[in-house]
Design a protein around this ligand. Structure first.
Ligand SMILES: *[C@@H]1O[C@H](CO)[C@@H](O)[C@H](O)[C@H]1NC(C)=O
Ligand SMILES: *[C@@H]1O[C@H](CO)[C@@H](O)[C@H](O)[C@H]1NC(C)=O
Length: 500
């Protein structure tokens, strides 16, 4: 008897990719998918391990490219409640095998490479899933811009994020143009948080002058117009720099969505992301008794039911390429680093402007959306795995099931005949955060197994998180390949100011 032919075989599954839903068996060897075969045909093959999917769906592992972990307090008060260890542990328990997290550059740090180095130190040997970094650019000075070449050519970092709000991070329009021009030169993909920070500050001052401090006023301080205006401005700035590709992150508003759709219809390379909070929460969730609404304070704020439907439609029709978590966790019952920091004797309901912005969601993203029944399964895979992999230069290693090419990253779901009846509670999650905004919500399915590079890292029935901390590897990423965006840039040529 020689070596078994395969390391792991998954039989009797219904495999879903962004293109197809079909029954076939999957064989894995040396961390890669090596063979797809007729359903049931690999049941007796020689393999170290076999999983019978029993007619359940098998999807590529989730790719979540909007994740904040272990960041310093850049957005005001509050520090992340999840480390790379606890955040990625939570990721695999929810079917996510790859994340791209942020390496934040504070305004007083001139170097992006230094910011990246610090993020590496935190993540190294601590991750349960594979990971990469986007640079979060807070100070696009001469040094930072001069480092773009090294980021793409040496460090495998091909995307960055900038902010149009938050005092500590907000860039002026001129700074945004500097970033876009340099990003275009180096084929770096730019993510933009589009909310008008100056308008937001003015509205916040007005609310506070009327002593309106409760969490629900967070939503009044960030009305849809403020997102739509900044979205429009971001699109205009991109077009000024010869149509440099950008992604609007966490879009919540129908007005912003329409503007994005319009730009796309004009052939502009404008991409958009949305998140579960804009599909499952509304502004009413900010108006819970006492301070509870703080649990759903994130930016932009959740909108109304009608907006949710617009966002679902935009996911189905391709306006949104990706659905990420924007996992940005803070503990609720924590007056020193968490949501409760703004509560004091003068402010018994806190001050919404000081509530750390962000909610946890890395583990609940896939189960919530998979269970919703609101996306065709191929579309579910496309926006949660395949497109993120393409957009951030990880495809086809991630986000697909191509034999010989794709890493063996898979989620095996429960068969329809054997659905678990899961009521979401924080106690069943694996993050280090003391609440979930989805407490009490029911989901119809959950990842039964999560497999990362051929190894079972999550086994819901026996063992839970069985993967090892440190098994997750850093991923050097290539340039974005979605829609051939950089070929179009190549054709259009470099930014030439005399053509304006
Ligand atoms: C696609 O969805 C967006 C957002 O809901 C909507 O504005 C747009 O009209 C839709 N387009 C088509 C062609 O259905
Ligand atoms: C699932 O659990 C809920 C709450 O415990 C219960 O009300 C419901 O009937 C259950 N549904 C099924 C299909 O078992």
């Amino acid at each position: 008897m020689g070596e078994p032919l395969f390391d792991l075989v998954i039989t009797n599954g219904i495999c879903v990719t962004a293109a197809d839903v079909a029954r076939y068996d999957v064989a894995i060897k040396d961390e890669k998918i090596v063979l797809l075969a007729a359903s049931g045909s690999l049941a007796g093959v020689s393999t170290k391990q076999i999983i019978d999917a029993e007619g359940g769906y098998v999807t590529p592992g989730g790719v979540d490219c909007h994740v904040h972990l272990e960041e310093p307090a850049l957005f005001g008060r509050g520090t992340s409640s999840d480390t790379f260890e606890t955040g990625t542990r939570s990721a695999v328990a929810g079917g996510c095998t790859t994340i791209v997290a942020f390496a934040p550059q504070p305004k007083d740090q001139p170097s992006l490479l230094r910011a990246l180095e610090l993020a590496h130190e935190k993540a190294h040997d601590n991750c349960f899933c594979d990971y990469g970094f986007h640079l979060l650019v807070g100070n696009p000075g001469e040094q930072a811009l001069s480092e773009f070449a090294a980021l793409t050519e040496k460090e495998g970092v091909t995307s960055l994020k900038i902010y149009m709000t938050y005092t500590a991070l907000q860039l002026r329009d001129g700074e945004i143009l500097s970033v876009l021009a340099e990003a275009r030169r180096h084929r770096i993909f730019t993510m933009i948080h589009a909310e008008n920070g100056d308008v937001l500050n003015w509205l916040t001052d007005q609310l506070e002058s009327k002593k309106l401090f409760a969490p629900k006023y967070h939503s009044h301080s960030r009305p849809p117009t403020l997102e739509a205006e900044a979205t429009n401005r971001a699109i205009a700035l991109s077009s000024l720099i010869s149509n440099t590709p950008i992604l609007l992150v966490h879009v919540s508003d129908p007005g912003a969505t329409r503007r994005i759709r319009e730009a796309q219809s004009n052939g502009q390379p404008i991409y958009a992301e949305t998140c579960p909070q804009y599909l499952f929460l509304t502004r009413d969730d900010l108006d819970k008794p006492g301070f509870e609404g703080a649990k759903c304070v994130c930016a932009p704020p959740p909108r109304d039911r009608a907006s949710q439907e617009v966002i679902w439609t935009g996911l189905r029709n391709g306006t949104f390429s990706v659905l990420s978590s924007d996992h940005c966790p803070f503990n609720y019952d924590d007056a020193e680093h968490g949501k409760k920091t703004p509560i004091d004797d003068d402010h018994p309901v806190g001050r919404f402007r000081e509530i750390p912005n962000g909610i946890p969601g890395i583990e609940t993203r896939l189960p919530l959306v998979f269970s919703s029944g609101k996306l065709p399964l191929t579309k579910f895979v496309e926006v949660t795995s395949t497109n993120p992999a393409k957009l951030y230069g990880l495809y086809p290693r991630k986000g697909s099931l191509i034999p010989g090419v794709s890493d063996a990253d898979l989620v095996v779901w429960y068969p329809d005949s054997d659905l678990p009846n899961v009521t979401l509670t924080n106690s069943m999650l694996h993050h280090a955060t003391d609440y979930t905004p989805y407490e009490g919500r029911r989901v119809r399915n959950w990842p039964r197994y999560t497999i990362l590079r051929g190894r079972v890292v999550w086994d819901r029935e026996t063992g839970g998180v069985v993967g090892g901390k440190g098994y997750g590897q850093f991923l050097k990423r290539g340039h974005s390949t979605l829609d051939g965006m950089w070929e179009a840039v190549e054709e259009e040529g470099e930014f030439d100011i005399t053509r304006l």
